[in-house]
Design a protein. Structure first.
Ligand SMILES: NC(=O)c1ccc[n+]([C@@H]2O[C@H](COP(=O)([O-])OP(=O)(O)OC[C@H]3O[C@@H](n4cnc5c(N)ncnc54)[C@H](OP(=O)(O)O)[C@@H]3O)[C@@H](O)[C@H]2O)c1
Length: 243
């Protein structure tokens, strides 16, 4: 059984990726989430509606112990399952000016994005290397590329994942494993629902927020065999924001 795991697959961009990969029917879809069970169940129902199979794996990607426990038990119970596609999508924001930033807001954002990338990817990497094929896609952000005021923690977390993407890509390229980052700008999801699109769209050349499905199309391409010679890249998807 070939599988794709999407962290933070319950809502927003992660859900759109689950559904896009489900449409293609190449993979059993592993939907990770941490708190919103209803949303995860809804994503699984939609995956099944599309004719694919999937299951839900609940764990906090930033919690190494919990991640290892859940993934370890899952792998034990599914000895023939092979995770070929890893989408490190789980992420949070805790915005605020740096001068007022609390250490918990710094740490939780870095922990989810950066340690989340480590905890999940490190669990699977030896299996991918043995398989001599794999796709790792890391969801970063325009903030991790150009920096965004009010998001020093988030910019640092995403920027760090950009560095990790470039380094790991070089380590594993010979085994046909690609590692790329996708850097969205403003995408219409729960994360941006408080934002005033009418005001913010003025700084987006495309003059609108993007849709989660548009990001999912890019991720599906990077996850496919067609993207074999693209690795170590950061692909911006932001309606033309210069970054
Ligand atoms: N929306 C944007 O404009 C935008 C722009 C650039 C980059 N991004 C990045 O794209 C990714 C997805 O964003 P989104 O807009 O789809 O966000 P979202 O709507 O807030 O959804 C976040 C998803 O991540 C999951 N999650 C959060 N913390 C987690 C953890 N510790 N362990 C496991 N799952 C966790 C959530 O699960 P629960 O349902 O259980 O809470 C949810 O499925 C993030 O990495 C974000 O930084 C978003």
């Amino acid at each position: 059984m070939k599988c794709a795991i999407i962290t933070g697959g319950s809502r927003g961009i992660g859900r759109a990726i689950c559904l896009k990969l489900a449409e293609e029917k190449s993979y059993h879809i592993l939907i990770n989430y941490t708190s919103n069970e209803e949303a995860a169940k809804e994503t699984l129902a939609k995956v099944v509606e599309l004719g694919a199979t999937g299951e839900i794996l609940k764990f906090d990607v930033g919690n190494a112990e919990e991640t290892l426990k859940v993934l370890g038990e899952w792998q034990e119970n599914n000895a023939d399952a092979l995770v070929e596609v890893i989408v490190n999508n789980a992420g949070i924001t805790r915005d605020g000016l740096f001068m007022w930033m609390k250490s918990e807001d710094w740490n939780s954002v870095i922990n989810t994005s950066l340690n989340g990338f480590f905890n999940v990817t490190n669990f699977f990497i030896q299996k991918l290397l043995r398989n001599k094929y794999g796709r790792i896609i890391n969801m970063v952000s325009v903030s991790g590329v150009k920096g965004t005021a009010g998001q020093t923690n988030y910019s640092a977390a995403k920027g760090a994942v950009v560095g990790a993407t470039k380094a790991l890509a070089q380590e594993v390229a010979k085994r046909n494993i690609t590692v790329n980052a996708v850097a969205p700008g403003f995408i219409r999801t729960d994360m941006t629902q408080e934002f005033n699109e009418d005001e913010l769209k003025a700084m987006i050349p495309a003059n609108r927020f993007g849709e989660a499905e548009e990001v999912a199309d890019l991720v599906a391409f990077l996850a496919s065999r067609k993207a074999s010679y693209i690795t170590g890249e950061v692909i911006n998807i932001n309606g033309g924001i210069y970054s």
